[in-house]
Design a protein around this ligand. Structure first.
Ligand SMILES: Cc1ncc(COP(=O)(O)O)c(C=O)c1O
Length: 382
């Protein structure tokens, strides 16, 4: 009897790692000590700032710490409000709580799934101090519109580009449109250092403030160990920075691969009315961090049912983020009050979206397997 091979499990995300990153990280492990300890972080920061087109880049242990630093550097604190889109990972919002401010949730755009500028504008009050637009799943938010509204109201813009390294809007790269931009290098992201983050800004004042706040209130270059204030410890190790430098040197190849993977999905799913795929903002290019399908609500196929049916075929997926105001962590907070009525698009789409396998290990055959399975499931549901 011939036994059937088990189907390969297709994970939803994963990196591309070559000998280059391994060699750099190995070199750092051997040599980045004593007077050379800061070399790789400095090289990674300089190369990253050049690539994004920002005056300053500060390497960090995570993107979450970058948002925390940006809020603290902007002086956001108790009594202030910060506007965050409903649909994002909680890391975009949690640092608002760390600084003692209140998170107010705004709606997303129906096409791009990023912060809706009109909803952002409606959510502004005299207490609003900052907004954190998110470049969701690799799509650019409408940063010029958001920026114009924020500037008119005197609000700090922190662009959360954790999922969108390399996305472009006009001539500008994701992360370069706010007062501060932040990126994640978690293992699932476009570029990775295992865990890690980067904060970029053109503002000398904000960069100086972040550099002090991220080192326990100590000025850069201080050898007397003077702590001017109680602050944080947010630094990336030399081994992570070395790995990240190797990833950054491969960024064009990595971005091309993401676009290619999305193209295979679009060729197979783009024609069906039963779902909508990632739709970039006009004038922008998405990096399609996660290929995402929002199924037509009329089919009555909730995301958790769809995910179970995909998992039965050994296909991993993630749920489209649920509105943050619906999460146990937030639903009783003042900023979540009335959010379901105020943010109807987020609440309508979220139950029906899934992220499909989008890791760098995907090839056309694997994408074909996901699409054939998904189309069959949709056919059976209709
Ligand atoms: C939109 C968004 N913001 C922030 C973060 C936080 O990144 P990190 O895990 O590096 O802190 C993530 C991570 O998944 C994210 O997706």
């Amino acid at each position: 009897m011939v036994s059937k091979l088990p189907l390969e499990w297709l994970p939803v995300a994963g990196p591309s790692v070559t000998d280059r990153e391994v060699a750099y990280a190995t070199d750092a492990a051997r040599n980045a000590w004593y007077s050379g300890a800061g070399d790789y972080p400095r090289r990674f920061e300089e190369a990253y700032a050049r690539w994004v087109g920002a005056a300053h880049a500060i390497s960090l242990p995570s993107c979450t710490s970058g948002i925390h630093l940006a809020l603290a550097a902007a002086g956001v604190g108790p009594g202030d409000e910060v506007i965050v889109p409903e649909i994002t990972w909680i890391a975009s919002a949690a640092p608002v709580h760390y600084v003692g401010a209140t998170t107010v949730f705004a709606d997303i755009d129906r096409e791009t799934w990023c912060l809706d500028p009109a909803s952002f504008e409606r959510a502004i009050t005299p207490r609003t101090r900052a907004v954190i637009p998110v470049d969701l799943y690799g799509n650019m938010a409408d940063m010029p519109a958001i920026r114009a509204i924020a500037d008119a109201a005197g609000i700090t813009v922190i662009e959360d580009a954790a999922q969108a390294h390399g996305a472009m809007l006009g001539d500008g790269r994701a992360g370069s449109f706010g007062d501060v931009g932040v990126f994640s290098f978690h293992g699932s992201k476009i570029l990775t250092t295992g865990e890690g983050g980067m904060l970029v800004t053109d503002s000398d004042r904000l960069a100086d403030r972040c550099r002090v706040l991220r080192d326990h209130g100590r000025a850069p270059g201080d050898h007397r160990f003077i702590n001017g204030e109680v602050a944080f410890k947010y630094k990336m190790s030399a081994m992570q920075a070395a790995f990240g430098l190797g990833q950054l040197e491969r960024v064009d190849e990595l971005l091309a691969r993401k676009v290619e993977i999305f193209g295979w999905y679009r060729d197979r799913l783009g024609e069906t009315d039963a779902l909508a795929l990632n739709t970039p903002l006009p004038g922008s290019s998405s990096v399609f961090w996660m290929v995402t399908a929002v199924v037509d609500p009329a089919l009555g196929l909730p995301k958790e049912t769809l995910r179970r049916l995909l998992a039965d075929e050994r296909i991993d997926s993630r749920p489209f983020f649920s509105p943050l105001s619906s999460q146990p962590a937030y639903k009783e907070t003042p900023g979540a009050r009335g959010a379901a009525e105020r943010n109807p698009v987020a609440w309508a789409l979220a139950p029906f979206g899934v992220n499909l396998p989008s890791g760098y290990n995907m090839d056309e055959g694997r994408v074909d397997r996901v699409c054939t399975t998904l189309l069959r499931i949709l056919q059976e549901a209709s």
